[in-house]
Design a protein around this ligand. Structure first.
Ligand code: ADP
Ligand code: MG
Length: 156
């Protein structure tokens, strides 16, 4: 999984499958099918971490899942980013910039919703710890996140 990292990606946030991630307290910003298709086809599914920024906003820690897209009978991947930050409002239609810096674990099935939620909480804690290490922290300051004013526009 590490072969492709760090992986830089930018694209519009689209409506997901309404799996109710937000109700679980872990909203995931979904990339469009087009952005997902641009990912290396051999990048493994699973849980990753890195840095994320909405529009021209601040750079925050994130966890990301690359999984199978139920809309396409699980033949296409989906890429969903949970930004470790509390936003005042939703940001559908905005441009999300991410750099994926590390891999946590493969996709798993869980026996209960509680088991799923605690696994995600552990992923978030692991991401926070890893991202404080110099090799990951340095990517927060990458020029990728510092585009000239006005370069990133809302894309409705
Ligand atoms: P959907 O199925 O449409 O992806 P979610 O329940 O996963 O719905 O919620 C995702 C949306 O929540 C994002 O597209 C974004 O607009 C909003 N959102 C608010 N806070 C966050 C956050 N911290 N991380 C990711 N998305 C967030
Ligand atoms: Mg989502």
């Amino acid at each position: 999984a590490m072969r492709h990292l760090p992986y830089f990606c930018r694209g519009e946030v689209v409506k997901g499958f309404g799996r109710g991630s937000k109700e679980l307290g872990i909203p995931t910003a979904n990339f469009s099918e087009q952005v997902v298709e641009s990912f290396p086809s051999d990048i493994p599914t699973g849980i990753y971490y890195g840095w994320a920024c909405v529009g021209n906003g601040d750079v925050h820690k994130m966890v990301l899942s690359i999984g199978w897209n139920p809309f396409y009978k699980n033949i296409k991947k989906s890429v969903e980013t949970h930004i470790i930050h509390t936003f005042k409002e939703d940001f559908y239609g905005e441009i999300l910039s991410i750099v994926i810096t590390g891999y946590i674990r493969p996709e798993k099935n869980f026996d209960s919703l509680d088991a799923l939620i605690s696994a995600i909480q552990e992923d978030i804690e692991e991401a926070k710890r890893q991202l404080d290490l110099p090799e990951h922290l340095k990517l927060k300051e990458d020029n990728f996140f510092h585009l000239p004013e006005g370069k990133i526009v809302k894309n409705h």
